[in-house]
Design a protein. Structure first.
Length: 724
């Protein structure tokens, strides 16, 4: 069965980390803005027809029917946040039969990823092992599924289903109780020989799981780097049975005099890193060549014979290896990337290489931010087309300028900041901060001058584990990192979680340092000279929980929609207000009262057009609003609310109403008097990490999250010509 072009186009529209919801009266419309990368593109499952399935740590499951030129997001119909995918497999006899596993569930589809059912819902969290394949359709039986990984409160880590995932049975007796299975492999020519890699050992069964033999355990030694049993990450075999196994302490060639007798198997280490690490990937090509390599590695430029952790290829069954160049060229050039330099490699993690079965010279490789494609057997590589649909950036609540109705500012993880200059109409971004500062960064706010010319993004330098602030004076076309060493701003390993700028003065802004609840020094700092110097504000205790680089929701910082000198600040159970641009602060009442059982404020937002209008969520405790700057609070009944935003009396909420079984996005055009659902079939947005009501266009909601940021809209309310 093949998905129709219409359905694929619809799936592609789901595929992005951020979007406008134009909620029509009859039904919402949805539009996506692909950000072309981010997160970590972890691996592929390829079918003999050429169909590619892909998956990643942060952005769910994907599908391409045109050799990686465009991709469709497959998690849009799933109502749970299962976007951290650790493995994916497709049935040999049917390209529409596909499975993937998330930390808690094994999902199965029989229609190519349009619809999914949970085959297992009790999985224990699986530590991602690069290059591993924890789920597998047996190549001799499409109804036979195998899975490596633990289940809650059930001993064992190797499982098999003989009825397409309806029922499951433990395999291996107690063998895989303590030796945790992480990867699986069966070569079609040897259907009864099942290979399993674990944390610490390599096993084989020659009777389809009836009995097991341990082939290797590193002589019981732990990894010199991890101090843990070495992980067996990837296993492949040639047509003659010769195997190659990648572990994090080396790559091993496996031969045998009789493949039906494990006692005749012999392992020889033929790949070893210069520093003691081992390869993360293993691939076998149609001509029986093996490929293996590591992450972020290449050969030593001064000693070309030392391949270090470079990708390499073997044509003699893993006995000898030669260098695989992996050259990166452009165009296309992703919006986050600088131009490729001569001799530049693909980089970002070459841990999963697959061959196109319909065109053997074409290969695909995971590239961290994006997969890359080679048409000459791995020598030269290019990224797929821009706006291919890939969207892996974890994004946070969208910000807007006060005088430019077309400009939207998107903060995110890894790539920091994106700028939309056309209100989202084209589905493209205008500029990104990532490659201009050449760092892996996480930003939770993008601040702006009123006209959008000066932009400031504050966050975390994830490589150096410290604060980072970058600034643009040309609406995001170029960025400069501020030197904070002599600014007076203390270092925070987790960086800056929140920031807010004074309207009309881009040199005056506040930043909140991450604390994780353990700080004993001031956490909120102010600059009045554009970040050259900072001073701590007054009136706030130092022991607040302001969150971390991955959990900015622990604290919130907002500027009043009309009274531009007023600020609001929340840190879990504490709320404060400032009337002097954040210089001094005083406590205000908690929306849900006082006492040990008072809930945390999960999200705090202002109505951008109404003085003193605040909205607060507390998950199970519900949704409340204040019309007097937080002095008193009123409840909107019937909500379990996570995120909220408001503008011009229009309100968007991500949460559940009474009777709901999963979280949805709701929209109100009249300050919460009436509500309609903005989500629906194919557009569940279970990964939502923020909602933002567009202050310029009635009924337009921007939804941020993991894997897909989708735009939809609903005509409602009254438009504004500018923010006050």
């Amino acid at each position: 069965m093949t998905i129709s072009t219409t359905i694929l186009q619809t799936c592609t529209l789901l595929s992005v980390p951020l979007a406008l919801v134009q909620l029509a009266v009859a039904a919402p419309t949805h539009k996506s803005i692909p950000l072309d990368g981010g997160g970590y593109f972890s691996g592929f499952a390829v079918h003999s027809s050429g169909r590619l399935y892909g998956y990643g740590d942060v952005f769910g499951a994907w599908r391409s029917d045109n050799a990686g030129q465009s991709w469709a997001y497959l998690n849009g119909s799933i109502t749970t946040d299962d976007n951290f995918v650790s493995g994916m497999a497709v049935a040999k006899g049917n390209a529409d039969h596909v499975v993937f596993r998330s930390p808690g569930r094994l999902w199965k589809s029989t229609d190519g990823g349009v619809n999914w059912t949970a085959s297992l819902s009790d999985l224990a969290h699986l530590e991602i092992v690069r290059g591993a394949s924890p789920v597998m359709f047996h190549p001799g039986n499409d109804k036979e599924l195998w899975m490596a990984g633990a289940r809650n409160d059930i001993p064992g880590t190797l499982w098999r289903s003989l009825d397409s995932g309806t029922s499951w049975a433990k395999v291996g007796g107690t063998t895989f109780d303590s030796s945790v299975a992480i990867t699986l492999y069966v070569r079609p020519e040897f259907p009864d020989q099942v290979w399993v890699g674990t944390k610490g050992a390599l096993y084989v069964s020659v009777d389809r799981g009836g009995s097991w033999t341990q082939l290797w355990n590193n002589n019981g030694a732990t990894s010199a780097f991890t101090k843990k049993p070495p992980a067996v990450g990837a296993i492949v075999r040639r047509k003659d049975g010769t195997a190659y196994v990648a572990t994090d302490v080396g790559g091993y060639r496996v031969t045998a005099t009789d493949w039906k007798k494990p006692e005749t198997y012999a392992l020889t280490k033929t790949v070893g890193w210069w520093d003691g690490w081992g390869p993360v990937n293993a691939t076998v090509l149609a001509d029986d060549s093996f490929i293996t390599g590591g992450i972020h590695g290449d050969r030593d430029a001064k000693n070309p014979g030392n391949l270090q952790s470079a990708q390499r290829i073997s044509t003699d069954g893993g006995l000898t290896w030669s260098y695989l160049p992996m050259n990166l060229s452009m165009p296309p050039q992703p919006v986050w990337s600088s131009a490729a330099k001569p001799g530049q490699k693909t980089g970002y993690g070459n841990d999963f290489i697959v061959q196109d079965p319909t065109k053997h010279d074409r290969w695909f490789v995971t590239g961290g931010l994006l997969p890359a494609i080679s048409n000459n057997r791995g020598v030269d590589w290019k990224y797929g087309p821009n706006n291919s649909g890939i969207a892996a950036v974890m994004t946070y609540k969208v910000n807007f300028t006060r005088k430019n109705p077309k400009m939207a500012l998107i903060p995110g993880g890894d790539l920091c900041a994106f700028v939309v200059s056309d209100g989202g109409a084209s589905g493209n971004v205008a500029a990104s901060s990532f490659r201009t500062v050449n760092k892996l960064t996480s930003c939770h706010e993008v601040m702006s001058s009123d006209d959008g010319k000066i932009l400031v993004a504050a966050g975390t330098d994830q490589g150096a584990n410290k604060n980072m602030i970058i600034r643009s004076t040309d609406s995001g076309a170029t960025w400069t990192e501020l030197d904070l060493i002599k600014s007076g701003l203390p270092e925070s390993r987790e960086g800056i979680t929140r920031s807010a700028m004074t309207p009309g003065n881009p040199n005056d802004f506040l930043v909140i340092l991450a604390s994780n609840g353990g700080s004993t020094s001031p956490l909120v700092w102010r600059t009045v000279d554009g970040g050259n110097t900072f001073k701590p504000v007054e009136g706030l205790p130092p022991n607040l929980d302001t969150g971390s680089r991955y959990h900015p929701e622990h604290s919130m910082l907002a500027v009043d929609g009309v009274k531009t000198n007023v600020r609001y600040f929340s840190a879990r159970k504490k709320l404060y207000r400032s009337n002097d641009n954040g210089a001094t602060w005083s406590p205000i009442p908690h929306p849900w009262g006082t006492g040990a059982q008072v809930p945390w404020v999960h999200h705090l937002a202002v109505d951008r057009a109404t003085a003193g209008k605040l909205w607060a969520t507390a998950d199970y405790a519900g949704l409340k609003f204040s019309e007097d700057g937080g002095d008193t609070w009123k409840e909107i009944s019937g909500f379990n609310a996570t995120y909220v935003d408001a503008a011009n009396g229009q309100v968007a909420v991500f949460g559940m109403r009474d009777g709901d079984k999963w979280k949805k996005i709701y929209f109100s055009p009249d300050n919460g008097a009436t509500w309609s659902e903005a989500t629906g079939p194919g557009h569940r947005y279970a990964f939502t990490k923020g909602v933002a009501v567009d202050p310029w266009v009635p009924g337009k909601i921007w939804v941020s999250g993991i894997s897909a940021n989708v735009i939809s809209g609903l005509p409602a309310g009254k438009p504004r010509t500018a923010l006050r």
